[in-house]
Design a protein around this ligand. Sequence first.
Ligand code: NAD
Ligand code: DAU
Length: 359
Amino acid sequence: MQWVKRTPLPDQEELSRLYKKLLVTGGCGFIGSNFVRFVFNSRPQCHVINLDALTYASFKDNLADIHDHPQYRFVHGDIRDRVLVDQLITECDAVVHFAAESHVDRSIMDPEPFVETNVLGTQTLLTAAHKNGKVRFLQVGTDEVYGQLALEDPKAGFTENDLLKPNNPYSATKAAGDLLARAFHHTHGVDTVITRCSNNFGPYQFPEKVIPLFITNLLEDKKVPLYGDGRNVRDWLHVLDHCDAILTVLEKGKAGEIYNIGGNNERSNIELTSMIIEALGQSQDMIEHVKDRPGHDRRYAIDATKISQQLNWSPTRSTWPQALQNTVQWYVDHQDWCQSVKNRKFDQYYEKQYGKQHR
Ligand code: NAD
Ligand code: DAU
């Protein structure tokens, strides 16, 4: 399969840090499902338990090819379920915690599920990790916790020492999760590592996020709703580069540390949109400027010097335009998947978010 590249196995010295049994939370979502597949391709000794509540953003079928793998087990459950989480953690030597409410626009509509999962759910897992005493806990975090940079800011990107200044309810709850992980390390000695990554792109992303939303709209002959002036900037990283970085931090990261992960690939939304339209051979007239997202962060950028210098990681799959074109092609080739995830419930969300007129 074109998306799967093998990561070389670590040398003998590092083998002692390989984990054999992972509890992956949120493994049926976008990044989690890519991660589970990535683990089985690059670490054949690994067993994976995938704990996922199967919210609107997830699809069990994202891992249909893995389902019967003898080292894979799916558990349909909630990370806030203390009894379940306590029991699963005793079976594992590491937790990779992806499960989250992840869409900024939805957090603006209703922040409650974000607090429930991203804060309380993370605390439940950390408490279980503390009780268990032996597991390594990797908190999958986001660059959004640092707030925003101005377009003209000369700073190359956020560093791990920057203050946390989350600007929307989603990023505020992710910052709370990170701070809990930090506190459980400091107070209880839990072996935590935190990653903070920039915007991901690639296969299996739920089409509420800008790249798959715009591709699937265009495939349905619908216009694409570009917020505000379209000059906001994001740093795009291919999801498999993110998976590779997470595995690197899991195996080589130092307890209690934070590692930023970025693609070194900053693009304005208008540039991104034009590239998607071009890749699909459509007209730039398909862009419709709509009301801006409230509190819309202007620019995210990551300084990934630490992970590059200390853990020898850098992205290899994120180069544009080729990587973006491959992603567009994946959605073109998987229109059945797109249609099944853009169901009636999604239509209701779309109308609430973008208004009746934008259809
Ligand atoms: P996603 O929304 O696609 O998937 C989230 C998964 O978590 C889903 O499978 C969902 O069912 C599951 N989940 C939600 N609540 C749960 C609960 N209470 N119990 C168990 N499972 C639950 O998200 P994603 O884009 O794959 O993001 C994964 C993680 O990576 C998140 O923590 C997110 O903050 C972080 N992150 C994402 C990006 C990005 O660009 N997508 C970038 C940096 C960091
Ligand atoms: O930076 C990492 C974060 O990236 C992750 O932590 C989040 O989970 C993930 O959702 C993503 O957040 P963003 O808000 O940056 O992603 P989104 O795809 O929603 O939007 C990307 C940019 O595109 C942003 O500037 C808003 C703009 N946009 C988005 C949508 C959905 C539009 O112009 N129109 C849209 O309809």
